[in-house]
Write a protein that binds this ligand. Structure first.
Ligand SMILES: [Zn+2]
Length: 119
């Protein structure tokens, strides 16, 4: 069963919302001070990155943890609502799924080491 990694998830949520609010604040300050241009452009970029990232995270799911179906070690991943395939750090078993993880019977096990390079 996939369980949301609450602490990590909260951190990312606050981080994205903070970026969005800083962007909004920058635009408000630029308007209040009568300055346009770069300040408003930079504020807009921050707002899009922050609030856009937050919206995307809501749609795709945040950070989550599911037990490895082979050895029950925690598998950590992002986007809890999308299909994923990943390799267990503890037992090198490949598993796939969305809401629950299941062992991939004959997967690309030889590439497990490569997957670990990107964690
Ligand atoms: Zn495992």
């Amino acid at each position: 069963m996939v369980v949301t990694d609450v602490n990590r998830d909260k951190f990312v949520t606050y981080y994205l919302l903070t970026i969005g609010c800083v962007g909004a604040g920058l635009i408000a300050a630029a308007i209040a001070l009568g300055r346009g241009g770069y300040a408003i452009g930079g504020g807009a970029v921050l707002m899009i990155a922050g609030f856009g990232g937050f919206a995307g995270k809501r749609a795709q799911g945040g950070f989550a943890v599911a037990p490895c179906p082979s050895c029950a070690a925690p598998l950590k991943f992002q986007f809890s609502k999308t299909e994923r395939i990943m390799c267990c750090e503890a037992c090198d078993a490949w598993s796939e799924g969305t809401e629950t993880m299941a062992i991939v019977p004959a997967g690309p096990r030889a590439f497990c080491g490569w997957a670990s390079l990107f964690r």
